[in-house]
Design a protein around this ligand. Structure first.
Ligand code: GLY
Ligand code: MN
Length: 436
């Protein structure tokens, strides 16, 4: 089904790698999928996490000990490890759209991969330190990585297609999660409903689901799922994704019980979120969009009666950061926080974050082909509220309103948006609209 798009994707990766090898002065590239790691003093493995450089070339995410061997001008070789193993199900024989664009060589033992590696010339070897074979130690040349990481931002049509499938899976999960919340389910029930509907296990997720009822929504990366439902579920903040062929979706929604003030807060964040997503256009400096998000969210805080301060002053004094203490978003693709968000050019260099905004993960100017998240949020975080209360701006806050909203935790609304030469393509809203 994806054969042509994938062929073109591989052609793009080959062209990028040709230039990256030139930059670093190497003749060939080897890319390790990685090795299965064991827990300390145990025979239990950690979940396998594939090298993102490897899965860019082949949609193989649970295939340790595989390699890509690339020489400019030749078809990329995929060394496909299919061990004789009756304890675990070995990878299936290679089949599918991806086998036509790669020279697939099956091996039965990890060391046999080297038989398919180049035997002369300077070799760039990409992988973790433990992906070592005799005569083959990862060297991860920085100029080569810089080139690839910078260009990773520009998704091929094949990658956009894979991201869209991931969106559909995640959206199915989000719809089931909302229904479970309305039925009074616990965090664990909601998590399970999400997994079933998105057809994933915990191991398939691109990041651990964040499922926070009530005040748990105030913990940005809340990592537990309580089995017992609270007496009353006022709100649900769910940040949950899906992975397809190695590409991630990253979606957050906030639901509530109809409370008027919290409802106004959610509606305000949603309105501003859509206004921000509409500006994912070539030439927009993502740092500017982040600062604009602060001004917009400050306006929501004022409108809902949380802070009595001019929006600009709220941003200047850092008051908006008490309620919005994270970045507007990040690049998305092979990794949920796709690498290269700070790169000044494909030769390296760093674009600084705006002063006072240490958690922003993207400082580049948007260009067609990029996919970024737009995820503004407003939270009631005790740790930060205590600092605000002790500081010079305490009198600008309506603490009774804060006390009411604390029980709802917070709001975050996150979409994944494709920057194009025309209007932005909101992958998440499109997937929700298609699911209705
Ligand atoms: N989905 C979690 C995050 O973007 O940090
Ligand atoms: Mn995100």
């Amino acid at each position: 089904m994806h054969t042509t798009a994938y062929q073109n994707h591989i052609a793009t990766l080959c062209a990028r790698m040709d230039r990256a090898l030139e930059r670093s002065g190497h003749d060939h590239a080897l890319i390790a999928a990685g090795v299965q790691k064991m827990q300390f003093l145990d025979d239990m493995p950690y979940p396998f996490a594939v090298n993102p450089h490897f899965k860019a070339w082949a949609p193989l995410t649970q295939h340790p000990d595989c390699w890509i061997a690339y020489t400019p001008g030749a078809m990329p070789v995929l060394v496909y490890m299919q061990p004789d193993d009756y304890w675990h199900l070995p990878p299936a024989p290679p089949s599918g759209y991806w086998t036509h664009s790669l020279d697939v060589r099956v091996v039965r033992a990890a060391e046999d991969a080297t038989k398919h590696f180049p035997t002369s010339g300077r070799i760039a070897i990409l992988g973790e330190a433990d992906a070592v074979l005799p005569g083959c130690v990862p060297n991860n040349p920085q100029p080569l990585l810089d080139y690839l990481h910078y260009h990773r931002a520009f998704k091929t049509p094949y990658e956009i297609a894979m991201l869209k499938v991931a969106q559909r899976e995640a959206v199915a999960g989000h719809r089931a999660a909302e229904a479970c919340f309305r039925d009074g389910g616990s965090e664990l029930d909601i998590h399970h409903a999400y997994l079933v509907a998105s057809t994933q296990t915990d191991r398939d997720l691109p990041y651990g689901n964040i499922v926070g009822l009530n005040e748990h929504g105030a913990t940005l990366h809340y990592q537990h799922q309580q089995a017992k439902a609270p007496g009353h579920s006022h709100s649900l903040l769910i940040d949950a994704g899906a992975a397809h062929a190695g590409y991630a979706a990253d979606i957050t929604r906030t639901h509530h019980d109809g409370d008027e003030r919290f409802g106004a807060l959610v509606a305000g964040v949603d309105r501003e979120q859509q206004a921000l997503a509409a500006q994912v256009r070539p030439g927009m400096d993502y740092r500017e969009l982040h600062l604009q998000a602060h001004r917009r969210l400050a306006g929501v805080l004022r409108e809902v009666g949380v802070v009595r301060m001019d929006a600009g002053a709220m941003v200047e004094t850092g008051v908006s950061s008490v309620f919005f203490p994270h970045g507007l978003g990040h690049q998305l693709g092979l990794q949920v926080h796709d690498i290269g968000g700070f790169m000044a050019s494909d030769a390296g260099g760093t674009l600084p974050k705006p002063e006072g905004h240490p958690y922003l993960r993207m400082t580049r100017t948007l260009e067609a082909g990029m996919v970024v998240t737009i995820e503004p949020g407003l939270y009631f975080i005790d740790l930060l509220l205590a600092q605000l209360k002790a500081g010079p701006h305490a009198q600008a806050v309506d603490w009774a309103v804060v006390e009411h909203l604390r029980g709802f935790g917070g709001v975050r609304i996150e979409d994944d948006v494709h920057c194009t030469d025309a209007a932005p393509e909101n992958l998440t809203r499109e997937a929700f609209a298609a699911a209705h």
